[in-house]
Ligand binder design. Structure first.
Ligand code: GRF
Length: 193
C-alpha cells in the first residue's frame, strides 16, 4: 500500500500532534501527517506544523461564514493533500456531517477519559478531570475511538488507564492522562493501518 496521509485537527497546544510528529515508527509504517487544520488561528498546533514544514490551515466558522462553506473548504483541503485518515487531537469543534460521510470509519479522536464514561456534551478539557475527581473514581485514562455522528460514542480502538491519586487536582490528573494520550494516539494510528 502507498503511504497513508493523515490530517490532524487541533484547536490548542497540539502536544498530541507533536507526539505523532515525534513517532519514530512513522517511516517504517509508511504514514505521514499531510496537513494540520485548526479552527483557532492562534493555536500553537499550527506553529508546530510550520516548524515541521507540514501545510497548515486555519479553517473555521469565521473564515467560512456562508452555509456549506466550512464543509466545502475542509473537503477541499483534505482532497488537496490526499488525506486517507483524520485524527482529531484536541479539536474542540464537531466535524460537519458531510466530512464524516466522506471519511466514514476513517476519523479517530482522542478523549481524556475512559469512555463510555465522562464523554458527550460538556465533557472536554479540564471539565472531564473535575468530573472524575468529583465521582471518587480511583482510575481514569484516555481513549482513542472512531468518530461517527454521535460524539464520543464510536467504537473504541485503544484505551489505557492511569491511577487517580488522593491529592490529585484536575490539573495534575490532566497531566498524567495527557502523558498516556501521547503514547496511545500514535499506537492507534499504527493499529488503524
Ligand atoms: C487532550 O487532553 C485531548 O484529549 C483533548 O484536548 C487535549 C488536547 O491537548 N481532547 P493537546 O492540544 O494535544 O496538547
Amino acid at each position: 500500500m502507498s503511504e497513508v496521509r493523515i490530517a490532524v485537527f487541533a484547536s490548542g497546544g497540539g502536544s498530541n500532534l507533536q507526539a505523532l510528529i515525534d513517532q519514530p515508527k512513522r517511516r517504517a509504517l509508511r504514514w505521514r501527517i499531510g496537513v494540520v487544520i485548526s479552527n483557532n488561528s492562534s493555536a500553537f498546533a499550527l506553529q508546530r506544523a510550520r516548524d515541521e514544514n507540514i501545510p497548515d490551515y486555519h479553517i473555521s466558522g469565521k473564515t467560512c461564514p456562508e452555509p456549506g462553506q466550512l464543509a466545502a473548504r475542509l473537503s477541499e483541503a483534505l482532497q488537496q493533500h490526499k488525506i486517507n485518515l483524520i485524527a482529531l487531537a484536541g479539536y474542540m469543534k464537531l466535524l460537519p456531517p458531510e466530512i464524516l460521510r466522506q471519511y466514514r470509519s476513517r476519523v479517530i479522536n482522542i478523549h481524556p477519559a475512559l469512555l463510555p464514561h465522562y464523554g458527550g456534551k460538556g465533557m472536554y478539557g479540564i471539565n472531564v478531570h473535575k468530573a472524575v475527581l468529583e465521582s471518587g473514581d480511583t482510575k481514569s485514562g484516555a481513549t482513542v475511538h472512531f468518530v461517527d455522528e454521535v460524539y464520543d460514542r464510536g467504537a473504541i480502538i485503544i484505551q489505557r488507564t492511569v491511577p487517580v491519586l488522593p491529592l490529585d487536582t484536575p490539573e495534575s490528573l490532566a497531566r498524567r492522562v495527557l502523558n498516556i494520550e501521547h503514547t496511545i494516539l500514535p499506537k492507534a494510528v499504527g493499529m488503524f493501518l
